[in-house]
Design a binder for this molecule. Structure first.
Ligand code: NCD
Ligand code: ZN
Length: 347
């Protein structure tokens, strides 16, 4: 297969940031995706409906003339979030989910929840309204090895929450382990998972062999090869429970290439191409459209996109960096390499 025609995709887990970085990264996503679930981990975080509406307006204002894109907004759950705020979020047509960050788990998560097992009134409200809970699934217990944090989270936090709230709709975000795949497969259709392109393409060797490569550092961190194989098998299996969420998470080059570098990989510049490359490695390009364009809308109860896009097997050189209007630079994942697929616009 040298050409693919797919329903236009959506990105069900995306960091767009704000200000100059927003202006730089937004066109990359809007070029390919009709919609994206926009992560609320700004500084300060998007914790109220009013803030989500204002952020949505800033995103739309940053959209280049002639581009169409619908930001699907989310609220950042804190221990101060009120039941009334969640009710307002559920009633707002632009808010589609609520994000749970365990405090300290990742970028701008310090205002997150210290004890996810102590927010039952909020979870009860989400369950009542059918508003999905999006979960960063890692424990922050310093005694737990960073490579085991996702598996421990499933046992210690996710399983008890899903038991106590049998109708709660939940997305385990950016899953990275065979344990997470098995966990999601064992649930009913109310539980889904997003998978990034970089976790489908790379294991931890990409980050650590031959030198430390900070652009491959993201959270949850890349894992062993057998976990990558499990992710690839689930993404390409045709099971509707798994869908595209790039977790494209831009940080300036200076913030990445540092003694204490930030977590996050910028992949939105070639989101579809990277997923196509991953699916192609196992001969399952026939399953790409379900993963990128059908399963996500089905879970969120939204229509699939009307337009179709074209992908071609053609070498795509990746730039060394993108300029950001604040004078910083943004290094894409795989800078300087050549990707085997190219996005070729709308059909
Ligand atoms: C994300 C970010 O930078 O906002 N980083 C990352 O490594 N994925 C946060 C997140 O999704 O964990
Ligand atoms: Zn993320």
């Amino acid at each position: 297969m040298n050409e693919l025609i797919l329903r236009q995709p959506d990105d069900w887990h995306l960091h767009l940031r704000d200000g100059a970085m927003l202006a730089t990264v937004l066109p990359h996503t809007a070029r390919q995706c009709a919609r994206a679930i926009v992560m609320p981990n700004l500084s300060p975080p998007v914790t109220t409906v009013a803030q989500a509406r204002a952020y949505r307006e800033r995103i739309l204002a940053a959209l280049p003339e002639g581009m169409a894109f619908e930001p699907l907004m989310t609220l950042y759950l804190t221990e101060q979030t009120t039941v009334a705020e969640l009710a307002a979020a559920a009633a707002d047509p632009h808010i589609h989910a609520v994000k749970l960050y365990p405090a300290g788990a990742t970028t701008n998560s310090d205002r997150g929840v210290r004890d996810p097992l102590a927010i039952d009134p909020l979870l009860a409200e989400l369950e009542r309204f059918g508003l999905p809970l999006l979960v960063h699934g890692e424990v922050v217990d310093p005694a737990v090895d960073i490579f085991d944090r996702e598996a421990r989270f499933i046992e210690r936090v996710l399983t008890p929450i899903l038991t106590r709230f049998p109708a709660l709709r939940l997305v385990m975000e950016h899953i990275t382990t065979a344990e997470a795949v098995a966990f999601v497969q064992a649930q009913s259709a109310r539980v889904a998972a997003t998978i990034t392109a970089h976790h489908l393409l790379f294991n931890r060797n990409a980050m650590l062999v031959g030198g430390i490569r900070p652009h491959y550092y993201c959270l949850p961190v890349l894992k062993r090869e057998h976990h990558r194989q499990a992710l690839l098998a689930s993404a390409t299996s045709g099971a509707g429970r798994f869908f595209m969420g790039t977790d494209s998470a831009p940080h300036s080059q200076a913030a990445k290439e540092s003694a204490c570098g930030c977590a996050g990989a910028f992949t939105a510049y070639a989101a579809l191409e990277l997923y196509a490359e991953a699916f192609d490695t196992v001969g399952r390009l026939d399953q790409l459209e379900a993963f990128t364009s059908l399963n996500g809308p089905a879970f969120y109860g939204l229509p699939v996109n009307a337009r179709r896009v074209r992908l071609q097997r053609a070498p795509q050189p990746v730039p060394a960096a993108y300029a950001v209007a604040d004078g910083s630079t943004l290094v894409p994942l795989r800078a300087g390499e050549t990707l085997p697929w190219q996005f070729a616009g709308f059909v």
